[in-house]
Structures are given as structure tokens and as C-alpha cells.
Design a protein around this ligand. Structure first.
Ligand code: UTP
Length: 304
């Protein structure tokens, strides 16, 4: 009888990128702290990890790390002030990020790429499979993905990536997977990966999005992975090696995601996330939707 696979309890959230697409907003503030309606983007990501049962969270931070740490810590002064005023509603909002998970932080130093950021998690993760959630990738909480990925990892072993079908003209923005079918709907075996291919060279329309469940073998592979595209150590290159040689931490499977997802590091997607989530919020939605309808119907046509 084979022993059951080790349970996944640790999540790693790389949040040390430079965020150059969002300058100057990200000059002194990590892009993960930009608000999506009234919570920083990173809070949605940590909530997603805990909703999937991952309560040990390691955040990979870099320069300007303070706001990230502070957000998941107590703010006694603020709590005391709201307490004195008897403002229980705001007090609970301040506190909601305090006890989401057991938070740990490690600094990446030089941002030498996503692969290098993941490698910084090696001492904390040890020899168990673990999840990686990119801090600027927001998966709508109503479309759970991570719990499905951990389930697939428990069933097949190895590593699991999240795949999203995109239009051919968009594929050059993503890592792209060559896939073959397996015996389960919505899951594919990944046979190869290419980082940001031209549409003509892309092996499929499946883009890799920012959720992974990785075998700890990935660390050894990353140690040997030379800098790739853009001089950065690419996680995609390590996953490619694991897909080709499953003894390194594969096989690699892909879970197809067709829910709502926003790249909050991209200005257009960031705005779409805010408008959509605000429209759908019970407290803000009715007023905001009424304004938006007026704006789109009356004022916007004059801009074109
Ligand atoms: P991006 O590719 O979005 O890079 O990183 P970036 O530097 O943050 O943003 P731009 O392109 O300059 O605007 C994907 C994820 O990997 C993390 C980022 O924080 C983001 O969550 N990352 C990237 C690191 O933690 N370290 C790195 O060295 C690079």
C-alpha cells in the first residue's frame, strides 16, 4: 500500500517584484498594497489561501516591505481610537486582517525573478508540497481554484499549475503550456512550457496564471536554473524541466480555470477589478451602478 501524500498547509506569496507597470504609484508602496475597493489586493490573496485551508503563509517581500507586514499585524493605536468611539463596524474591518493566518516574512534582496523569489521560501517550506499565490493576481473569491488544485495534487502527486484559456493575441503576455488529456474533466497533463511565446510559436491557448501547488523538488531545480528571459530566474523554466523529467518534482498537471481573475499589477485589469467588485458589493453597488449607468450613457460618449 502506498502512503498517503503529505497534506498541504503552507502558502508562499511572492510580493517582491518592482511593480514597474504601476509607477509612480508603486515608487514607495508595494503594488500589492494598492486598494481594490477598500482592501489592499494582498488581503484578498491571503484570504484565498486561508479559504483553501492554508494557514501558514510566507510572504516574500523586498524594498518597501513595511506596509505589507503592518497590514497583517495589529494597529493598537487605531483599534484603541475606534474602541473609544464605540465604532464597532470599523474596528472589525481593521481587525479582519490580523488573524487570518500565521504570517511569516522573508526578504528577497535583489528581485532576481519569480523563480528566485520562490527559492527564498526553501528553508521555511522544507520537504512538503506547498502552494504559491502571486500577490498581484486576484482570483474572485466566488470562483475557488486553489482548493481544486490541492485536491488534484493529492490525487496525482507532483506539481500543479493553473491554466486559463486566452485569445491567441494575448498569449505572448503569459507562460504557455503544451497539454494532453487525462482521465479527469478540467485537468490536463502538462508536457511542456514556454515563457511568453509569440502567437505563432505557442503550443496552445492555455496561459499559466498565478497559482501553483509545487513539489519541494522545485527548489533543487531552481538552484540549477540559469537566468532566462529578462535576466531573471524563471519559475516557468523550472516547471518545464519538471514536466520533461517527472523525477524532478513532476508530473506537472494543469487545472483549467474559467472564473473571474484580475491582474492587479496591470492598470487596465486593476480598474476592471475595482469597477466589477464595487458594482457587485451590496453596500456600494446600488449607488455606484446607478452612477455608472449615467456615466456610460450620457458622459462617456462625449469622450469618444
Ligand atoms: P511580475 O512579472 O508582475 O513583475 O511578477 P513585477 O516586477 O512585480 O511587476 P512589473 O512587471 O515590473 O510591473 C509576478 C509576481 O512575482 C513577484 C511579484 O511581486 C509578483 O507577485 N516577484 C517577481 C517577486 O516576488 N520577485 C521577483 O524578483 C519578481
Amino acid at each position: 500500500m502506498t502512503s498517503p501524500r503529505p497534506r498541504i498547509s503552507k502558502a508562499v506569496i511572492p510580493a517582491a517584484g518592482l511593480g514597474t507597470r504601476f509607477l509612480p504609484a508603486t515608487k514607495a508602496t508595494p503594488k500589492e498594497m494598492l486598494p481594490v475597493v477598500d482592501r489592499p489586493a494582498i488581503q484578498y490573496v491571503v484570504e484565498e489561501a486561508t479559504a483553501a485551508g492554508l494557514t501558514d503563509v510566507l510572504m516574500i517581500t523586498g524594498r518597501n516591505k513595511r506596509p505589507l507586514e503592518d497590514h497583517f499585524d495589529r494597529n493598537y493605536e487605531l483599534e484603541e481610537a475606534l474602541n473609544r468611539k464605540g465604532d464597532d463596524e470599523r474596528l472589525s474591518r481593521v481587525r479582519e486582517s490580523n488573524d487570518l493566518a500565521t504570517m511569516h516574512y522573508v526578504r528577497q534582496g535583489d528581485p532576481r525573478g519569480l523563480g528566485h523569489a520562490v527559492l527564498c521560501a526553501a528553508p521555511h517550506v522544507g520537504d512538503q508540497p506547498f502552494a504559491v499565490l502571486l500577490g498581484d493576481d486576484l482570483i474572485d473569491p466566488r470562483d475557488p481554484l486553489l482548493s481544486l488544485m490541492t485536491e488534484v495534487q493529492q490525487a496525482y502527486g507532483g506539481s500543479v499549475v493553473a491554466l486559463m484559456e486566452v485569445a491567441p493575441e494575448q498569449i505572448h503576455l503569459y507562460g504557455c503550456a503544451a497539454v494532453e488529456p487525462v482521465d479527469r474533466d478540467g485537468v490536463r497533463r502538462v508536457t511542456g512550457l514556454v515563457e511568453k511565446p509569440a502567437a505563432a510559436d505557442a503550443p496552445s491557448n492555455y496561459a499559466i496564471i498565478g497559482r501553483y501547488v509545487l513539489d519541494p523538488g522545485v527548489f533543487e531545480v531552481l538552484r540549477k536554473t540559469p537566468p532566462g528571459r529578462g535576466g531573471e530566474i524563471q519559475l516557468t523554466d523550472a516547471l518545464q524541466a519538471m514536466a520533461l523529467d517527472p523525477s524532478l518534482g513532476g508530473p506537472v498537471h494543469g487545472v483549467i480555470f474559467s472564473g473571474r481573475r484580475y491582474d492587479t499589477g496591470d492598470k487596465g485589469d486593476y480598474l476592471r477589478a475595482i469597477v466589477r467588485l464595487a458594482c457587485e458589493r451590496p453596500d456600494l453597488g446600488p449607488d455606484f451602478r446607478a452612477w455608472l449607468r449615467r456615466y456610460v450613457g450620457e458622459e462617456m460618449p462625449n469622450l469618444e
